[in-house]
Design a binder for this molecule. Structure first.
Ligand SMILES: [Zn+2]
Length: 126
């Protein structure tokens, strides 16, 4: 169960990064809200409520990719170390939640998983 959540989160981040890249997130430029429209760099779409336009622009693929990379770093810091909770084994300066005596999965991993509460692949036990 312990690595099931890590694998699940990694798969979600992979999916989201793939989608962002397919929206030309690696070089198109910044999405910008302009009143009722959003400038998507290669095209401009109007008809949004201005708040919705701001929300859409906030999900600029380049920004989404930066956020995904930040989440991957958090995930890596909280993955279980090879020590597996045994203080006698080498520990690679990872925030090993079991080693630290914290519950596994820790609150940080549960927070990373919380947006996917209704995902069909979400592990049931954690
Ligand atoms: Zn942790």
């Amino acid at each position: 169960m312990s690595q099931e959540l890590v694998a699940f989160l990694g798969a979600r981040l992979d999916e989201e990064a793939d989608l962002a890249r397919r929206c030309d997130g690696d070089g198109c430029g910044e999405w910008v809200a302009q009143g009722h429209a959003v400038d998507f760099c290669q095209s401009r779409l109007a008809g949004f409520h201005p708040t919705i336009a701001l929300h859409v622009a906030l999900h600029d693929p380049a920004r989404v990719l930066r956020e995904i990379e930040a989440k991957r770093r958090v995930l890596a810091r909280h993955a279980l170390s090879p020590a597996g909770g045994d203080p006698e084994l080498p520990w690679e300066n990872v925030d090993d939640c079991q080693y630290d005596g914290d519950p596994w999965p820790c609150d940080d991993l549960l927070d990373l998983a919380s947006p996917y509460a209704d995902h069909p692949d979400r592990p049931r036990r954690f």
